[in-house]
Design a protein around this ligand. Structure first.
Ligand code: PNS
Length: 171
């Protein structure tokens, strides 16, 4: 049984994330989507909300399960009995950070390999932080996130005038 983990912040899940989940679920026997419980990033959605949204939008995929994790990705991968980490690569600008992360993880856990799927061109520009920014200004985000969560993202900004901006975000 080949298990892979697809880790991320998913704040919120985008159509780009969903595309990577669907494609990697076709490659491996079991895919565990790992939602980082990253309080330090001051996320828009709680980890529970992010997990629930991911569960909803992946409910058609029988070999995908959603979990949250704290701490190191390598420890989470070991707990999941995963030998592979999946990450999406949108552009060359992602590469340096992703390379650094995969090399570090491999030094800490030599049996853990990272595979990269190139993001569908349709979503090459897309990130959770872009979604948050458009939603903050009341824009139409239906081309960016699964239909089931559009309202939930927009609701977060009703009556708000502050937002966790896109600076230094990789997701
Ligand atoms: O969606 P993101 O924010 O780009 O995902 C980043 C993530 C969650 C993959 C990364 O921050 C991570 O693995 N964090 C867990 C802590 C860890 O293992 N750090 C060492 C890797 S260099």
């Amino acid at each position: 049984m080949r298990t892979a983990v697809y880790p991320g912040s998913f704040d919120p899940v985008t159509l780009g994330h969903l595309d990577i989940i669907e494609r990697s679920a076709r490659i491996v026997d079991e895919l565990v989507v790992g939602v980082l419980n990253n309080n330090s990033k001051n996320p828009l959605f709680s980890v529970k909300e992010r997990v629930n949204m991911l569960k909803e939008v992946t409910s058609h995929l029988s070999n995908v399960r959603i979990e949250s994790f704290d701490g190191l990705l390598v420890d989470f991968a070991v707990r999941c009995h995963a030998a592979v980490v999946v990450r999406g690569l949108r552009a060359i600008t992602d590469f340096e950070y992703e390379l650094q992360m995969s090399q570090t993880n491999r030094i800490m856990c030599p049996d853990l390999d990272t595979i990269f799927l190139t993001t569908d061109l349709e979503y090459a520009y897309l990130s959770s932080s872009i979604v948050r920014e458009v939603a903050h200004y009341g824009g139409d985000i239906s081309a960016f996130v699964p239909e089931a969560i559009v309202e939930r993202v927009l609701e977060k900004f009703v009556g708000e005038n502050s937002f966790g901006g896109p600076e230094n975000e990789q997701d």
